[in-house]
Ligand binder design. Structure first.
Ligand code: SF4
Length: 215
């Protein structure tokens, strides 16, 4: 759909505006290390960041490392996270991935996509978040917000998360890649919402290719 594709100059302008408005965007998940970030992202599937933060406050105080998480045990982990959706599966995965990190990686989180994706409960999206946020790699984790925005804006239209990921990696200028993921997520969460985008107060409205703008 060529007419929906945002031109290069507009992509540059879009990220320049995001950067000016929020030079150092952060994940809204609380974490203290690559390991706690990894656990927080695993717990965040089908849960809000606020809900995850509430549960991890005590979990991370009790078990900030893979070794400590193993010592805590699966049942205790389950007790800490039982307010989060899918807590049974997530407790199993957090315990199992902690065992692997403690045994095979000396308690560190590998800076390697294949190794991350081999961990229980860790898919491509989680690996992308960890590589980007913990290690500064220019990856793009496509969640529901980014998928919607890439299509609405005309930034990288695509039918699948992977097609959108590839399109974004190709089209976003390298100097914005470090923070692009957070700018897009925050824009999707607070302005370009799924049901009713707030186009009237959108700072990139004139650049956006969405034909059904509101306001
Ligand atoms: S103008 Fe509307 S549809 Fe386009 S990015 Fe802004 S909020 Fe989203």
């Amino acid at each position: 759909m060529p007419s929906r594709l945002m031109p290069k100059a507009d992509i540059e302008a879009l990220f320049a505006r995001f950067e000016a408005a929020n030079p150092h965007p952060q994940t809204e998940l609380n974490y203290t290390s690559p390991f706690t970030l990894l656990v927080a992202v695993v717990l965040s599937a089908q849960a809000t960041d606020a809900g995850v933060n509430k549960a991890t406050k005590e979990l991370f105080a009790a078990a900030p490392t893979p070794q400590a998480m193993c010592a805590l045990g699966e049942e205790e982990i389950r007790q800490h996270i039982k307010t989060i959706g899918l807590f049974n599966t997530k407790a199993k995965n957090v315990f199992a991935l902690s065992k692997i990190l403690a045994k095979d990686y000396g308690g560190t989180v590998p800076k390697d996509r294949a190794a991350l994706e081999a961990l229980p409960g860790v898919g491509r999206k989680t690996a992308n978040v960890v590589l980007n946020v913990a290690f500064g790699e220019p990856t793009m984790a496509v969640d529901t917000h980014i998928f919607r925005l890439a299509n609405r804006l005309g930034l990288a239209p695509g039918k699948t998360p992977r097609a959108v990921e590839d399109g974004l990696l190709k089209r976003i200028p390298a100097r914005y890649m470090r923070h692009a993921h957070h700018w897009l997520i925050l824009h999707g969460r607070y302005i370009c919402k799924a049901r009713k985008p707030e186009c009237a107060r959108c700072l990139v409205r004139d650049l956006c290719r969405y034909p059904d703008k509101t306001g």
